[in-house]
Design a protein around this ligand. Structure first.
Ligand SMILES: Cc1ncc(COP(=O)(O)O)c(C=O)c1O
Length: 381
């Protein structure tokens, strides 16, 4: 196993194992097996694929190495990763979560957890005092996302960790937008880092996957127990694709980020656009805080059109981006947040959060940015 002394670009390529230990093959193969022979009736390193599989282990080791965790976990989707992390809570516990969350996380936290006896308070997590005020004797955890999706609110992770330490709370962070390449929350004291690896880590819009890691061995033991008990693990084939995607994360993300910066600046100057949210913009309101805890702006931006009618004409016009509720692929993806990524959130809550029908999100891919701009500009005219 490689030691974390290697720098991120090297870890991305070589991961935990850079060849198949059994054969020397240049990639860890797709171990398409559900169970393992027990020689002389004794279980070896692997006994049954739900408990362990070498292809899955490859990405589990990779996320732990990349984030600085002791152990990683790979699941069938980002939502399973989120649900499995929140399974650390028990009936009677209270959870504080950011209000501006990915729609599916919002649905799970507000719709499923209360049925399991966990009470919830949604807060503006950018307001440290609001988080403190929401704490009750039953509060056990904070669930955070920064930058938040789709309005790029930045939560002060160091302040959250301090509050958590003072009140004996677990901290969980969805790090999907930044990836471990740009934000390493465990280094700042966050307990559990979560990814929809469907997005930048996979990178090709061809798998659903979720990853979790922690630097706490006790938490890792509980997460492992639940992963095996619940069984929604990542398949060997999807693990292989994810491992392959992770190898090129740096070149993909850096190229996409450069494109996002250009598009954000040009959109900001476009007469059809009212407002742009992107941490790389010079006037982004939480720029200093964001760059105190992350090393890049990422490759996703949101913008609000001045007129609602422009949404339809833009979506009817664009040819290069796929119009879809996802992000992080090599191809540019444009999302109408109201009806796609955040459809699970009731209209009234969306409006309260500032998500209007005029809000669009773009996950910039690695196409030539001039082609993307020409395509967008045509749609905005
Ligand atoms: C920030 C974020 N977290 C979690 C998820 C859920 O991941 P998945 O779709 O892989 O279940 C998404 C999906 O869009 C997301 O954008």
């Amino acid at each position: 196993m490689f030691q974390p002394k290697y720098r991120p670009a090297t870890l991305l390529v070589h991961q935990g194992k850079d060849r198949d230990p059994a054969t020397g093959a240049s990639t860890v193969p797709i171990y398409q097996a559900s169970t393992y022979h027990h020689e002389d009736g004794v279980s070896g390193q692997y006994d049954y694929a739900r408990s362990g599989n070498p292809s899955r282990e490859q990405v589990e080791e990779a996320i732990a190495l990349l984030e600085g965790g002791v152990r990683g976990f790979a699941y069938a989707s980002g939502m399973t990763a989120i649900g499995s992390s929140l399974a650390l809570l028990n009936s009677g516990d209270h959870l504080i979560a950011s209000r501006d969350l990915y729609g599916g996380s919002w649905r799970f936290i507000t719709g499923v957890l209360p049925q399991q006896g966990v009470t919830i308070t949604l807060v503006d997590a950018t307001d440290v005092n609001a988080v403190k005020a929401a704490i009750t004797p039953q509060t056990k955890a904070l669930f955070l996302e920064t930058p938040s999706n789709p309005l790029f609110q930045i939560t002060d992770l160091r302040a959250m960790v301090e509050i958590a330490k003072d009140n004996d709370l677990l901290t969980m962070l969805d790090n999907t937008f930044m990836t471990p390449l740009m934000q390493r929350p465990l280094d700042l004291g966050i307990d559990v880092t979560i990814h929809s690896a469907t997005k930048f880590l996979g990178g090709h819009s061809d798998i659903l996957a979720g990853l979790v890691t922690t630097a706490d061995s006790g938490l890792a033991k509980r997460l492992k127990y639940f992963q095996n008990a619940f069984g929604a693990v990542l398949s060997p084939f999807d693990s292989f694709l994810l491992s392959r995607g992770i190898k090129t994360l740096k070149v993909r993300l850096e190229t996409a980020q450069t494109g996002a910066q250009k598009l954000a600046e040009r959109l900001q100057d476009h007469p059809a656009v009212g407002r742009v949210w992107f941490p790389g913009l010079a006037d982004f309101q939480s720029r200093e805080l964001h760059f105190s805890q992350a090393s890049g702006a990422g490759a996703v931006l949101s913008f609000e059109l001045k007129e609602e009618s422009q949404v339809k004409s833009l979506l009817n016009s664009v040819k290069l981006p796929i119009i879809a509720p996802s992000l992080g692929g090599v191809e540019t993806i444009i999302t109408h947040c109201w009806s796609m990524s955040h459809a699970a959130i009731p209209a009234q809550d969306k409006l309260q959060q500032g998500i209007s029908k005029r809000l669009m999100r773009i996950s910039v891919g690695i196409e030539d940015v001039e082609d993307l701009w020409e395509d967008l500009e045509e749609g905005l005219s």
